[in-house]
Design a protein around this ligand. Sequence first.
Ligand SMILES: Nc1ncnc2c1ncn2[C@@H]1O[C@H](COP(=O)(O)OP(=O)(O)O)[C@@H](O)[C@H]1O
Ligand SMILES: [Mg+2]
Length: 219
Amino acid sequence: MKPLLELRRVFFRYGKRSPYILSGVNLKIIRGKVYCIVGENGSGKTTLLHIMAGLLEPEKGEVLLDGKPLKEQLPRARRLIGILFQNPETMLFNPTVYDEIAYAPRQLFDEGETRKRVLESARLLGIEDLLERPTTSLSYGEKKVVALASIISYDPEIILLDEPLSNLHPERKRRVLNMIRSLAAKGKAVVITSPDLELLDNICDVTLTLSEGRLKEGG
Ligand SMILES: Nc1ncnc2c1ncn2[C@@H]1O[C@H](COP(=O)(O)OP(=O)(O)O)[C@@H](O)[C@H]1O
Ligand SMILES: [Mg+2]
């Protein structure tokens, strides 16, 4: 199958005098699979996801979306790629949870369709009871799940999740794991990072380890 997203010999560093964080990363992402990227703190997992989302540009190498350079198709890439940031606090900017989850669908659909999507995303993640809450009143774990719902609600094809399971209560963690599986079953490509393979609870179709700037198969 043709990769949806592909990295070819990607090199990246934060500034010309800094060490390379990524040094020759190759990766092919296809539909319907869950990719897990594990690595120690500071190994470059977040950097790698930001490259995949087009938020950072590699110094060398290519990032291809549907076989064409991602940076040449940015508006489309924003629609196709959803990213959950490691720190959910940086993602929430609307007054209520409902408005937060409705924000992206409102740019794309009418209010009726938006409402349907908000309610469905909230139902899948078990957060219907949070919809009228101010986002500032949420716990860390609640913020994480709300941020995830705000991505699911606009239906991207590639879903990048930066440590989605860290600091979640077991019940919320179970919901998120189920949601990831159902996204893959619908043909989405899901990429998850984690400091620890165990957290991922056997959800991975492909497990990769990021170490010394390179991706290796296996956990
Ligand atoms: N904006 C930045 N400027 C300079 N260095 C950074 C920046 N963001 C991350 N780094 C450094 O890059 C390395 C990889 O960080 P990161 O991608 O966050 O790794 P991980 O997500 O695996 O913990 C770390 O040494 C970190 O300090
Ligand atoms: Mg990180």
